[in-house]
Design a protein around this ligand. Structure first.
Ligand code: ATP
Ligand code: MG
Length: 606
């Protein structure tokens, strides 16, 4: 069952806003050194007590002065004073799976989940320094008191520990790295709860979550498309300690049709990731009616023509990964090379494959003020000549304009004439077969539409979109379809000249409309782009899932706005193949760390 409040699987105990004092019994009275700047925290605690008391939700026990209950050793680190209970300073107290200890003054502990302070500090064993990353999930636990709630925390910051300050840590010299973490969930009595309450975390240690715990915390799915390994570790030709495969839940709440946006700097592995997705999606039979989706790749770089060929220079590590992740290369591939200006190729486009209502979209220079008249003319033409070719279409438009010269506004006439002369004349009716919807709407088939040799690529994208839209909306076709576009910023650049801008706005709006409507009709989009700010922002909004690979400083603001400030340096540091997957609905606000293996398909550079 799901909690309405926090939308997590277990019903959380919303009511229990009780202040926990567990762990108090092992403490004997010892005054806190007042020189260590803890007084301020004491004051903060007082004010916190008041607010809680006023709300009437506080238990009597919390009124007991903490000083008398707790024993603590205060340690000064820089200007900041932190304190840790003696018991934890004792090595033998630390259980085997501990990677560090919570260092938390009890004052700050009580203040957790108030606005003023919601961080848990800690010290980490040296050997884990390289394995910790911002955003990483850790669990706090208390060895002695099993019924204590565990906090599920996220690493915010890893601070190096100045050597000169190591003296007070002598007894715990195995902990050399300081961390700041922020709790975002509790685990108690086998229940996960997102309702944070003030708690005392002294005597707690940090440990890594187990596989089932990680699956629960990040809400990972047991079914879907194998995308990569959930890991924070840098893999150096060796599998990680914990083999947890990330399964993209394609069918859960129709996630597969809600869009995936892949972003990463050149060379970080976007195209590779798209190949993994294409391999997986085209062979995925977990859709509603058990049909694998038809995958349509608009190949503007020429990198997707060999998806059905296995990689030649695979290492044993690659092979190990493919086996573990059960990766298979595409088994049904069809390449459609669009003929450009009577050059070579296999297919051409035809006006009568798309909805006459939307043909105006194919003409970038058509101003909005002329589009009503243009649409009316298109309607007239298609009524009499449903199989009209491009050349005759333009002739007939000109004919109508001549015929209406007395009534039609001269400027409108001129604009329409200009727009059709500069229309996509080089890709329509160029001989060869007409690319039709039935060629590409084949379940399990990957259709690669090659247009790397075409200068103006947008009409081809629109042609595909309009063709799919027509089939799905007017004929209510339910075949699952996923359309893939690499280097999407080339088609949807944010910076364009004013003339182009207006056209791009129209096209983007249609795309967004089609994408939104398409969800119900099982049509989804996957776009990849090098820089998030290079692409029209409204377009990014269409994609529910974002897979973020390594980015550069110019993307800092976008990372901050989309994910949060603390992830900026992390995203900058991601190496080839590493990603974070963001989907607010799926993973409960956590950012899932992924390693994407090399795709088993032949690469264009092989
Ligand atoms: N996880 C990985 N392990 C090993 N090699 C990888 C991995 N991901 C990608 N590569 C390799 O790195 C190179 C660059 O990858 P890819 O072309 O996917 O990057 P990209 O982000 O698409 O770059 P660009 O922006 O230039 O298109 C390729 O040779 C690819 O095979
Ligand atoms: Mg690429």
């Amino acid at each position: 069952s799901k909690c309405n409040e926090c939308d997590f699987y277990d019903e959380c105990d919303k009511e229990s806003k009780v202040i926990r004092l567990s762990g108090a019994e092992e403490n004997v009275s010892e005054p806190i050194d007042s020189d260590l700047g803890l007084e301020k925290e004491e004051q903060e605690l007082e004010s916190f007590r008041e607010t809680v008391t006023e709300s009437g939700e506080i238990e009597k026990t919390t009124q007991t002065p903490i000083k008398k209950e707790m024993k603590s050793t205060a340690i000064k680190v820089g200007k900041q004073a932190i304190s840790t209970p003696k018991t934890l300073a004792d090595k033998e107290f630390v259980p085997k799976d501990a990677i560090g200890i919570v260092i938390q003054s009890e004052q700050r502990g009580y203040l957790l989940s108030t606005e003023k302070s919601n961080l848990l500090s800690g010290a980490i064993k040296q050997e884990f320094q390289r394995k910790l990353y911002p955003g990483q999930v850790l669990i706090t636990a208390n060895e002695k008191i099993k019924e204590m709630p565990s906090a599920i925390v996220e690493v915010k910051e890893i601070k190096s520990f100045p050597k000169t300050l190591s003296a007070p840590f002598r007894k715990i010299d195995m902990f050399n790295i300081l961390i700041e973490t922020s709790p975002f969930m509790y685990y108690e009595n086998q229940r996960y709860s997102k309702v944070l309450f003030p708690a005392n975390f002294s005597s707690h240690y940090f440990r890594l979550p187990s596989k089932p715990e990680l699956m629960r915390i990040m809400n990972l799915f047991g079914e879907g498309i194998n995308l990569g390994l959930v890991t924070y570790e840098m893999l150096e030709n060796e599998l990680p300690d914990m083999e947890l495969i990330y399964k993209y839940p394609f069918s859960f709440k129709e996630t597969g049709y809600k869009g995936i946006f892949v972003v990463g700097s050149p060379g970080k592995g976007k195209t590779n990731l798209l190949k993994i997705l294409i391999n997986g999606i085209s062979q995925y039979v977990g859709t509603r009616d058990g049909l694998p989706p038809a995958v349509i790749v608009l190949d503007i770089t020429g990198q997707f023509g060999q998806l059905n060929k296995p990689t030649k220079n695979a290492t044993t590590f690659d092979e190990e990964l493919w086996k573990l992740m059960d990766m298979k290369i595409v088994n049904k591939l069809k390449v459609f090379k669009i003929i450009y200006d009577c050059g070579d190729g296999t297919h051409t486009l035809s006006l009568n494959a798309i909805d006459p209502e939307l043909i105006s979209l194919l003409f970038p220079e058509l101003p909005p003020t002329s589009s009503t008249n243009f649409k009316r003319m298109v309607k007239m033409i298609f009524k009499d000549y449903p199989a009209v070719d491009y050349e005759n279409f333009t002739n007939k438009i000109n004919e109508i304009i001549r015929r209406e010269s007395n009534t039609l506004n001269a400027q409108v006439a001129k604009a329409i004439q200009g727009a059709i002369t500069n229309g996509p004349v080089d890709i329509f009716d160029q001989g060869g077969n007409v690319l039709q919807i039935k060629d590409i709407l084949v379940p399990g088939q990957v259709s690669v539409i090659q247009i790397d040799h075409i200068v103006d690529k947008m009409p081809v994208l629109l042609y595909l979109l309009l063709m799919i839209n027509r089939k799905k909306i007017y004929e209510n076709d339910q075949t699952p379809v996923i359309m893939v576009l690499d280097e999407a910023h080339e088609l949807f650049p944010k910076s364009a000249n004013p003339g182009e801008k207006e056209y791009l706005r129209r096209v983007s709006q249609s795309l967004i409309r089609i994408a939104r409507r398409g969800r119900k009709k099982h049509f989804g989009l996957i776009f990849a782009s090098q820089q998030p700010h290079d692409i029209i922002p409204e377009i990014i909004g269409v994609f529910q899932t974002k897979i973020i690979m390594g980015l550069e400083a110019t993307s800092g603001n976008w990372i901050k706005d989309t994910l949060g400030r603390e992830y900026v340096t992390l995203i900058f540091s991601l190496g080839q193949g590493y990603a974070r997957i963001w989907n607010a609905e799926l993973h409960k606000g956590t950012l899932v760390p992924l390693f994407i293996p090399k795709a088993p398909n032949k690469h264009e550079e092989d």
